[in-house]
Write a protein that binds this ligand. Structure first.
Ligand code: SAM
Length: 247
């Protein structure tokens, strides 16, 4: 049987693609792409001529059996999305899980991913992080997800779009407080790459004061809740030990 290669592509800067990814894209029989026109742009840039077919959220249930059949027939296929790593808030989950169920080999070809790029340069704790994908479009749903972060020590990371960045920041302020530290990673690897770190209140003020800062693609990083200090932990332990003796 053939192999399914899950290939990461750039998130902005076309040079952010590995040598191995280029070799795989050159060598496979077909490329399954979220958007074939986008894929052609990337392939053209690297002088690769390859047949692409569309594999996206709206046709994946139809396309998956056909792709599985091609793999079973011995063809090698690469899966790519519009930017970054497939399956990370991008199509491919259904295909990869089906391949796994059928015992077909799935090979990751790692590379760019916006969350990892943002975390790697933000200057916040990265030993633990929670990735929440896109925040919900509706404010109430968004607030209930954000409220759950209030005691979470791990750094939280979300994708956000230009249409909702202000509304989401307002909800962060409302649920986690004006002093919550936030890092905005905007247009990463592109011409207008911007990192901005401040309390959510100040981030909002800065962004509302400069409309250009509201444009493009965003990663929003929210600092985790404070870790208990040793003294806090000792106090809690002491309280726990006293509890049985309390009336
Ligand atoms: N699979 C992609 C990855 O590995 O990063 C993510 C796909 S998701 C549909 C697209 C979102 O990722 C954008 O709305 C934005 O929040 C984020 N994103 C992608 N490229 C970015 C960039 N260059 N700078 C900042 N955020 C980016």
């Amino acid at each position: 049987a053939g192999k399914l290669y899950v290939v990461a592509t750039p998130i902005g800067n076309l040079e952010d693609i590995t040598q191995r990814a280029l070799n795989v894209l050159r060598d496979v029989d077909f490329i399954a792409a979220e958007d074939t026109r986008n894929a052609q742009k990337l392939l053209q840039h690297y002088g690769i001529q390859k047949k692409c077919f569309a594999y996206h959220d709206h046709n994946e249930s139809n396309q998956t059996p056909a792709v599985i059949k091609q793999l079973q027939d011995g063809l090698n296929i690469a899966l790519i999305s519009d930017a970054g790593t497939p399956l990370i808030n991008d199509p491919g989950y259904r295909l990869v899980s089906q391949c796994r169920q059928q015992g077909l080999q799935v090979v990751p070809v790692p590379g760019a991913c916006a969350i990892i790029a943002a975390l790697s340069a933000a200057g916040v704790a990265t030993d633990q992080f929670y990735f929440g994908g896109f925040l919900p479009a509706k404010s109430q749903a968004r607030q209930s997800i954000l409220a759950r972060l209030s005691e979470q020590v791990a750094t939280a990371v979300f994708y956000e779009s230009t249409h909702r960045i202000i509304a989401s920041l307002k909800d962060i302020q409302l649920t986690l407080g004006a002093d919550k530290k936030v890092v905005i990673g905007r247009e990463l690897t592109k011409t207008f790459e911007t990192f901005y770190t401040n309390t959510v209140e100040n981030v909002l003020e800065w962004m509302q004061g400069d409309h250009n800062q509201q444009k493009g693609e965003f990663v929003v990083i929210i600092e985790g809740a404070e870790k208990l200090t040793e003294v806090d932990a000792k106090c809690i332990k002491l309280l726990e030990s006293l509890r049985p003796h309390m009336p």
